[in-house]
Design a protein around this ligand. Sequence first.
Ligand SMILES: CC(C)(COP(=O)(O)OP(=O)(O)OC[C@H]1O[C@@H](n2cnc3c(N)ncnc32)[C@H](O)[C@@H]1OP(=O)(O)O)[C@@H](O)C(=O)NCCC(=O)NCCS
Length: 148
Amino acid sequence: MALDVFVATGAALADWRKVHNAIIPTDPLSEAEVLERSGRHRLTLGYDDGVLVGNATVRPPDGHGTATVIVRILAGHRRHGLGSTYLASELAVARAIGARRIETVVLASNHDGLAFALARGFVEHDRYLLEGDTVPYVDLHLPGEPPE
Ligand SMILES: CC(C)(COP(=O)(O)OP(=O)(O)OC[C@H]1O[C@@H](n2cnc3c(N)ncnc32)[C@H](O)[C@@H]1OP(=O)(O)O)[C@@H](O)C(=O)NCCC(=O)NCCS
């Protein structure tokens, strides 16, 4: 296992979108939405020995120093440590660009994702339904960092 992380730009944004929409079918993003996000967020692709295995989003620190890090690994590549490696790498990037608090967000129905975040030290602080949705999102943060 050797995870290589690349920033998705240009044509690679289609791959980023494909991975996002495969893992989060409840909130599919259009091409235009992904392009718009790529201007605000760090969108990356993760490869294991040249095979696309996942993607990630880092929302850079806001005015309070809070960054959001979300990693996604395709179902067929889970439980090999790729998610943990990808998370560690994106946490390091978030801190390097000034994050003092790290948050993540997981769909409540995504039991693997919630268990993964909790096992990695994240603590839930909010749970909410977006308009038209039936499954709540769960916001979590890494404690021990300055409050928002
Ligand atoms: C959450 C997610 C990224 C985890 O990806 P992953 O590649 O399976 O993550 P890892 O393999 O690093 O860890 C998953 C579990 O497998 C275990 N594991 C890792 N390598 C293993 C191996 N070789 N054999 C057996 N188990 C293993 C880990 O210990 C971990 O268990 P734990 O959480 O109880 O400690 C993936 O399930 C996913 O994309 N979910 C949907 C998106 C999401 O919810 N993202 C939010 C998280 S920030």
